[in-house]
Design a protein around this ligand. Structure first.
Ligand SMILES: Cc1ncc(COP(=O)(O)O)c(C=O)c1O
Length: 392
């Protein structure tokens, strides 16, 4: 068998819900010399990266860093620190990742109150308000900003307002949205938020950016129960990510180079331009799919730009189509999760993958595959509708 340095790997177009393709400049940064985790040069890079993450999260929060691990490591860090056994937490559940947040909270001993909405619909701030009236002991309200299992964008700002009126802290999952949609931690009154490096942030997986407000840190200072985790102690992580640089764990310098390069690219592009690019590509893809005759899953007016969900049409079969895309065109998309498995496809346009050329390439390959399977679709109308958006 060929060694990894000689092995020929396929060059995929990654149009699933992450990881997404990585910009060539980030790939160069990933090959910079490895530095020790306490090297003064690396410490400088950590401090600069934390500053850039603050801007991206729209926050002045001192405790802003990236924990080692993927998005779920960010979720784990936030819940382990914010929840004490017996606390009541309200979780918005209208998809796979809200369900997962509720599961995590239960593992840390929370009594979970679930506020639900059908998969494909956003949560209603009014339902959160009613649940908080009925459960005045709720200490934390947890919401997924972009529900990647359904393609729904949630009204975080309204929900945060309601949660604060009841004296609860707000925890936001920004795994899918950070870097592709505005995430305004301070303006929205979010107390803790986490994300992941491999989606709209645009680098490889392995780091989970997170931020804690002073209010959330007060809660940590007042904990009666010992933290159930050493690794995810965010105050200890903060001491490592600050200028003092106390040893916490052997953070991968390479992963941080990738994250820093991704943040540098955002600065070069301009964050508003980046959001506009995600919106334009997402709109073009959605318009193309609908004009072909396919139906979208997420409720109109609440759709994520970076993740589009579409129902599998009659005549097509989930795995067969995904295999044809991968084998014939090198394109990866994803299937549904939970109750939507086998019912929908999830198509991501995230970070470097959110480009007009990829919308065109995907729609052409997808239309061909569906036509070959006898599905009644209008490929030309799909192409024209997408082009109308891309030409704007
Ligand atoms: C909204 C959301 N939260 C959490 C996660 C978990 O992230 P990871 O798979 O990087 O651990 C994902 C992954 O897709 C996600 O979409």
């Amino acid at each position: 068998m060929a060694t990894m340095t000689k092995r020929e790997l396929p060059n995929r177009l990654l149009l699933g819900p992450g990881p997404a393709n990585v910009h060539p400049q980030i790939m160069v940064a990933l090959q910079q010399p490895v530095l020790g985790h306490l090297d003064p040069v690396f410490q400088e890079i950590l401090v600069e990266t934390a500053g850039q993450l603050r801007r991206l999260f729209g926050t002045e929060n001192e405790l802003t860093l990236a924990v080692t691990g993927t998005g779920f490591s960010g979720m784990e860090s936030c819940l382990a620190n914010l929840i004490e056994p017996g606390d009541t937490m309200l979780v918005g559940v209208n998809g796979f990742f809200g369900t997962r947040m509720a599961d995590f909270a239960k593992r840390f001993g929370a009594e979970v109150v679930e506020v639900t909405a059908p998969w494909g619909q956003p949560l209603a701030a009014e339902d959160v308000d009613n649940a908080l009236h009925a459960n005045p002991s709720v200490k934390v309200v947890g919401i997924v900003h972009g529900e990647t299992s359904t393609g729904v964008r949630q009204p975080i700002e309204e929900i945060a307002r309601v949660a604060h009126a009841h004296g609860a802290l707000v925890l936001m999952d920004a795994v899918t949205t950070l870097g592709g949609l505005p995430v305004m931690v301070d303006a929205w009154g979010v107390d803790a938020a986490y994300s992941a490096s491999q989606k709209c942030v645009g680098t490889i997986s392995g780091l989970a950016p997170l931020t804690f407000s002073p209010r959330a840190r007060e809660r940590l200072a007042q904990r009666a129960a010992a933290l159930p985790t050493w690794y995810h102690d965010v105050e200890a992580l903060h001491q490592y990510w600050s200028a003092q640089g106390f040893y916490h764990h052997t953070c991968s310098s390479t992963l941080v180079y990738g994250l820093k390069a991704a943040l540098d690219l955002m600065d070069e592009e301009g964050i508003e331009n980046r959001f506009a690019r995600h919106q334009q590509c997402g709109d073009a893809l959605k318009a193309g799919l609908e004009a072909m005759g396919l139906s979208l899953v997420a409720a109109a007016g609440h759709r994520l730009p970076m993740l589009t969900t579409v129902r599998i049409p009659d005549g097509a079969e989930d795995l067969d189509v995904r295999k044809a895309l991968l084998a014939g065109h090198g394109i990866e998309i994803a299937g549904g999760l939970g109750p939507l498995m086998g019912q929908i496809w999830r198509i991501g346009l995230m970070g470097y993958a959110a480009r007009p050329v990829n919308v065109r390439t995907f729609l052409a390959a997808f239309a061909q595959i569906l036509t070959d399977r006898g599905c009644t679709i209008d490929a030309d109308a799909g192409k024209a509708a997408a082009e109308a958006h891309l030409a704007q």
